[in-house]
Design a binder for this molecule. Structure first.
Ligand SMILES: NC(=O)c1ccc[n+]([C@@H]2O[C@H](COP(=O)([O-])OP(=O)(O)OC[C@H]3O[C@@H](n4cnc5c(N)ncnc54)[C@H](O)[C@@H]3O)[C@@H](O)[C@H]2O)c1
Length: 417
């Protein structure tokens, strides 16, 4: 918890209290010492009286009690890109939000933005904890009255997952088990799970429906599929309401410019296409490398389905509102329209106003030609459809944030370009 830091400082202060005078049997100092003890006792008593009279002394934290009409959502990974946007939307809709994040990849700056927007007591709390620490997670669940969990926290780079698969199975699969066990133990009845189109692997037929067989081809997709399987097996004998959302490629940022995507610089090499385009536009990278121009697609480059983060979090809120006890809903969250990498790069050039240098290289092993969703089911059952489908506009919004946050959440200086 953020205030853990404060508690630790206080404890250290207590340990350092100067008791050294007791080491000496100096009669001249004895009266002085008794006086000090009496003064300390009087001050302590005064503090207790003042504290007891304060309106918050006897009342428990609003996060620990269930309140009629208030839905308390635990947002894991809420300091990250998608989780912070989801937390913002939930807070705007009057949900009570607890963010749990270990800040391994997220930004405390994003949490601060949210705290500044929603400073009222009982709206937002941040707990810094690792979901791999089952004891800590269990403590969080025992001290807070959650109604629902949106489980975003994960490591989420396909390339990295092939280099360090165990990290992915641990962080995604094993940590989901920890969250699920705590939910079951503490009677939390609704789970919205962040899954991915990477669980489908290389489907033979496009578009991808929820019935498309899942044959993931990398540890990231496999770890997410295993987490889905655990959730599905558990839900067979549980009254938990479960929604599994399989996102396609997420882009964009808060249209009001408060939040953005700010991955750690060291993850740049594993990065996603929008980050790579922006880095090239800012001159951080020497142009953009497009791998593969001979795919069986209209312009030879890969085709993907880009979903704006504002639409994505809207799907989460709809999923939360329509979650039914003892039922599992599985939905693709995409636009249903594939865009080629070339199209994406052109949109990025227009959005940034920078004529990004592009190098066309041979194919990268493991990339598949086309991936796009069939979003019919989510429209039919949750009444959700993507609204922000203009690629250039989504990128323009994201670029505005990137330009004014040269060092991500580290600073907010306006870039000249
Ligand atoms: N971004 C995409 O295009 C995309 C596509 C499909 C699915 N997803 C899924 O969406 C979710 C969010 O992705 P994102 O792009 O916002 O990633 P992100 O890296 O920006 O956010 C993930 C957050 O989880 C936190 N986290 C990681 N491990 C943790 C742990 N052990 N304990 C506590 N916190 C931990 C990180 O610190 C970070 O703040 C992930 O589950 C990801 O797999 C993302």
């Amino acid at each position: 918890m953020l205030n853990f830091g404060r508690a630790r400082t206080q404890a250290r202060g207590t340990r350092n209290m100067p008791f050294s005078g007791m080491d000496y049997a100096d009669p001249k100092r004895k009266g002085n010492f008794v006086g000090k003890v009496l003064l300390a006792a009087a001050l302590t008593a005064l503090c207790i009286i003042v504290l007891k009279q304060s309106p918050t002394f006897n009342s428990p934290s609003p996060f620990s009690i269930r309140e009629t009409g208030v839905t308390h959502v635990l947002v894991t990974g809420g300091a990250g890109y998608i989780g912070s946007h989801a937390a913002l939307r939930l807070l705007k809709e009057s949900y009570r939000v607890t963010i749990v994040d270990n800040l391994s990849r997220g930004n405390i700056g994003a949490v601060r933005v949210l705290q500044e927007l929603f400073p009222e007591p009982g709206r937002l709390q941040f707990i810094c904890a690792d979901l791999g620490d089952a004891k800590a997670v269990n403590k969080i669940f025992s001290e807070n009255a959650f109604d629902a969990v949106m489980h975003f926290a994960a490591v989420a780079y396909v390339g990295e997952s092939t280099l360090d698969p165990l990290k992915y199975y641990h962080n995604i699969t094993s940590n989901t088990l920890v969250v699920l066990e705590s939910m079951a133990a503490h009677g939390v009845k609704t789970l919205i799970y962040s899954s991915t189109c990477a669980t489908y692997g290389e489907p033979e037929k496009m578009p991808i429906t929820e019935e498309t067989p899942q044959n993931p081809i990398n540890p990231y997709g496999k770890a997410k599929k295993m987490a889905e399987d655990i959730i599905l097996d558990f839900s067979k004998n549980s009254d938990m309401a479960v929604m599994i959302l399989r996102y396609f490629n997420v882009i964009g940022s808060d249209p009001e410019g408060r939040l953005g995507e700010a991955p750690r610089p060291e993850l740049r090499e594993h990065g996603r296409i929008s980050g790579a385009c922006f880095d090239a536009a800012r001159g951080i990278m020497n142009g953009l490398k497009v791998k593969g121009t001979d795919y069986k697609t209209p312009d030879g480059t890969c085709v993907r389905d880009y979903i704006d983060v504002t639409d994505l979090v809207d799907a989460h809120v709809k999923a939360l509102q329509k979650a039914v006890p003892s039922k599992v809903g599985i939905y693709n969250v995409g636009t249903g329209k594939g865009r080629s990498v070339k199209e994406f790069v052109e949109a990025c050039k227009k959005a940034t106003g920078v004529d990004i240098k592009v190098d066309y290289l041979p194919r990268r092993p493991g990339d598949y030609a086309e991936v796009y969703s069939d979003p019919t089911k989510i429209l039919r059952e949750l009444n959700w459809t993507a609204q922000y489908t203009d690629l250039q506009k989504s990128l323009q919004v994201a670029w505005r944030w990137q330009k004014s946050h040269r060092d991500g959440y580290g600073s907010s200086q306006v870039m000249s370009s």
